[in-house]
Ligand binder design. Structure first.
Ligand SMILES: [Zn+2]
Length: 116
């Protein structure tokens, strides 16, 4: 079962008016949807940090998992050690790193045609 927790928050008048306008123009369904969507966007924005770059892998820190994750170059394909696959958010983030982009340009890593 998915863990949830009921919380109460207090918003200032201007924030509340802004939220009401966004709900009225259907940007958000309701307060809960607004808070969840805004938090998710913020978390995704700051979730990953590049930690280190090695010959055969890169290490990133995942704020949500609160741990380091290694992404290996396996015969030119990036693969996440945590998920044991090639199409997770860690791999997607790894492709944004300049070291990986350089390796793709040099042909050391293949740019996969997969979609996330
Ligand atoms: Zn992963």
């Amino acid at each position: 079962m998915k863990l949830t927790k009921r919380i109460t928050i207090t918003l200032d008048e201007e924030t509340l008016k802004w939220l009401d306008r966004k709900i009225e123009n259907k940007t958000f369904h309701n307060y809960q949807h607004a808070i969840e969507k805004l938090l998710t966007e913020k978390i995704e924005e700051t979730r990953f940090r590049h930690f280190n770059c090695y010959e055969d892998h890169v290490t990133i820190f995942d704020e949500v998992l609160n741990r380091l994750v290694n992404i290996y170059n396996k015969d030119g394909i990036l693969s996440c050690d945590y998920h044991q696959r090639e199409n997770c958010d860690h791999v997607r983030f790894a492709y944004t790193l300049k070291e990986i982009q350089k390796a793709v340009e040099e042909g050391k890593i293949k740019r996969l045609p997969f979609r996330f």
